[in-house]
Design a protein around this ligand. Structure first.
Ligand SMILES: C[S@@+](CC[C@H](N)C(=O)[O-])C[C@H]1O[C@@H](n2cnc3c(N)ncnc32)[C@H](O)[C@@H]1O
Length: 256
């Protein structure tokens, strides 16, 4: 993590009131749409949305889920999310403070989602977060984020190196499979933006902790990030992402 949790929280609280207006890049919108589409909760599903921000994903899923829990570290972003829920009369969503590694929620969860948020963690922290998510025992985890499908083009950054720390797709896939998830879809929205759909099969009570059972200690293999079956129908792979203020990956570090 290139900034502390408190620094990220403060930065996002400062951005909160204008955040939604700035999320107009094709990549962010395609990524958010794909996360919602792949999450696909049914009427009995409880969804946990981590790094929920102003609730873009959580509020979109509330119409089909039984309940959605949104967690974020930024009070300002959460206030925006709550205002939107109230304005929309959405009552089956609850927003509160919580982080990836300490979601502050221990109820049942069927589906976990996260969009454009996990890239704030270091790769080791992402691994810890994925282990925490696995312990919640969801059947599906849908991760949309800045992630590298190959070597990132330095002239077309989709993230801000001062504050963001995206992983390669390979690193994320390793972390997910080490926790017993199978990758059922990989959507490449852009060379640096994608959606991973990770699922675990069988009854929650029957699942084993693969990392514990096998003593797995996988390293970051496939560091070029392209060892997965990419499906590039999720967006515009040629999209111009040089407008680094509007891509949802908080590349506007000017307030730093
Ligand atoms: C770019 S916004 C994305 C918000 C929302 N998911 C969306 O799709 O619009 C990133 C969010 O991640 C949150 N965040 C950053 N680090 C976090 C952490 N360690 N745990 C939980 N949320 C975090 C920030 O506060 C911010 O609201």
């Amino acid at each position: 993590m290139k900034k502390t949790i408190d620094e990220h929280a403060e930065r996002f609280s400062e951005l909160a009131s204008s955040y939604d207006d700035e999320q107009d890049s094709r990549e962010y919108l395609a990524c958010a749409d794909l996360v919602v589409e792949h999450a696909a909760p049914g009427p009995e599903d409880v969804v946990l949305d981590l790094g929920t921000g102003t609730g873009a994903i959580a509020l979109a899923l509330a119409s089909t889920a039984e309940r959605v829990i949104g967690r974020d570290i930024s009070g300002g972003m959460l206030d925006e999310a709550r205002s939107k829920a109230e304005a929309g009369g959405i009552e089956n969503v609850e927003f509160g403070e919580g982080s990836f590694r300490e979601p502050n929620y221990d109820g049942p969860v069927n589906i976990v989602t996260s969009n454009f948020a996990m890239h704030h963690l270091s790769d080791d922290e992402k691994r810890e977060a994925i282990a925490v998510i696995a312990d919640l025992n969801p059947r599906r985890f849908v991760l949309g984020d800045v992630m590298f499908f190959g070597a990132p083009d330095p002239d077309e950054p989709f993230y801000s190196p001062e504050v963001d720390d995206p992983a390669t797709v390979g690193t994320l896939v390793d972390a997910l499979t080490d926790e017993g998830f199978a990758l059922t879809a990989v959507e490449r929205v852009h060379d640096q933006v994608g959606v991973l759909v990770a699922e675990r099969f069988g009854d929650a009570s029957e699942r084993v902790d693969v990392a514990t059972e096998t003593g797995s200690d996988a390293t970051d293999a496939d560091t070029n990030g392209n060892g997965t079956d990419t499906d590039s129908n999720g967006g515009d792979t040629d999209a111009n992402s040089t407008d680094t203020d509007s891509n949802g990956s908080d590349t506007d570090a000017s307030e730093e």
